[in-house]
Ligand binder design. Structure first.
Ligand code: NAD
Length: 364
């Protein structure tokens, strides 16, 4: 009997917003349902102190509603940090549509979703994310103007990947300056894991500076294309962690910095575009530090895409977006120095600075 009761309490906690382990003073969580289109979505607005919340809409076949809720709570909070650390007047938000992106998409579903976004009156601005495309956002836009990341031909900022790659490159150079005393990457060996949209642009920038680049990807065709275009050396998907390299750049999936890979990595810097690179922030952030590896916080150095989309809100200007993204260099250096002075992890220092910015605005 006690066991059954515990199970019920556990279930209730998983579905509860306020008791959810990923709940962190989120301002608003909205459940959206539409029988006709099969829409099931959750929009989470984490914080709007600095400005309206902005974050993509992810479409994913979550195993359970609890998983979807956990994801949207976690991701929206991450967006607050990303916007705040990048100096943008934006808050953090995110949305998830529970469904199969290959089978359940329709114009009607995204238009209905757009109506829910509209009902929030601009407190949440959406964009594409995993499982959604620019074409889906075009359908959302038929119902609301609170959508960004539109194609260039519609006055939008287009593909954010080159800007994201440039930010990662800037963050990597700042980490090199901190670690080696010079930000030149010439002659440095860099392992880029994942040469998709961001990874390929990053490889291009690195090769222009004469870095030695190793690449891995599960997509053989893309791998060969990038290798021959930029003279990058192909390594196996698993072998990348054992390479003799100066810098490891995760640009594929999250959680690739974990107990197994840390024991194998011989690099002195980790700087890449993936979100949530550390499998467990508390455990693996410290392990990386103890091994003498400098970690450039992911949510800071991959913020170029967000900076690009933000620029769209005020009339897109590519040069201005690139200049704001360049500043990732200065902020990364500031964070790494602060983490030394305060003897804290770089990720903690980054969060502190983001929180200070929000707190300062709250007081005004
Ligand atoms: P993408 O899907 O275009 O590229 C990812 C690449 O990783 C693909 O080529 C894929 O085949 C490869 N891959 C998948 N599993 C792999 C594995 N185990 N080992 C090696 N390669 C593997 O995605 P993207 O837009 O280039 O984004 C890359 C990462 O950066 C993602 O984690 C994304 O969330 C993050 N990110 C992207 C942007 C952006 O502007 N695109 C912005 C911020 C963060």
């Amino acid at each position: 009997m006690i066991e059954v009761k515990d199970q019920l309490t556990q279930e209730k906690t998983e579905h509860s917003v306020f008791n959810n382990p990923s709940f962190n003073k989120h301002e608003q969580v909205v459940y959206c349902y539409d029988e006709a289109t099969g829409l099931k979505a959750i929009i989470a607005i984490h914080n709007t102190v600095l400005g309206p919340s902005l974050g993509g809409t992810r479409m994913w076949m979550y195993k359970s509603e609890a998983d979807a809720l956990n994801d949207v709570l976690r991701l929206s909070r991450g967006m607050t940090y990303k916007a705040a650390i990048s100096g943008l007047n934006l808050g953090g938000g995110k949305a998830v549509i529970i469904g199969d992106a290959k089978k359940q998409k329709s114009e009607a579903l995204f238009r209905r979703y757009g109506q829910f976004v509209e009902s929030l009156g601009g407190r949440y601005i959406t964009a594409e994310d995993v499982g959604t495309s620019v074409a889906d956002m075009e359908n959302v836009r038929k119902e609301t103007k609170h959508v960004s990341g539109l194609p260039v031909e519609h006055g939008g900022s287009g593909d954010p990947s080159p800007v994201t790659a440039y930010g990662v490159y800037m963050g990597m150079k700042a980490a090199a300056k901190y670690k080696y005393g010079s930000d030149s990457l010439e002659g440095k060996s860099v392992g880029v894991e994942g040469v998709g949209h961001v990874g390929e642009y990053l490889v291009e920038l690195l090769r222009k500076e004469n870095a030695k680049v190793f690449i891995s990807d599960i997509n053989e065709e893309q791998l060969k294309k990038v290798s021959s275009l930029y003279s990058a050396e192909i390594v196996s998907v698993s072998g990348i962690y054992d390479l003799d390299m100066d810098i490891y750049a995760p640009c594929a999936l999250g959680a690739t910095v974990n107990t197994d890979t840390i024991s194998r990595l011989k690099c002195s810097i980790i700087a890449g575009s993936s979100n949530n690179q550390l499998a467990d922030e508390n455990i693996h952030g410290k392990m990386v530090k103890d091994k003498g590896i400098t970690y450039a916080p992911d949510f800071l150095i991959n913020a170029g895409g967000l900076i690009n989309v933000y620029s769209e809100l005020n009339g897109y200007n590519r040069e201005a977006a690139m200049e704001s993204t360049r500043k990732i260099y200065d902020v990364t250096l500031e964070i790494l120095k602060r983490s030394d002075v305060e003897n804290i992890l770089p990720l903690t220092a980054a969060k502190e600075i983001a929180e200070e910015r929000i707190a300062a605005k709250s007081k005004r």
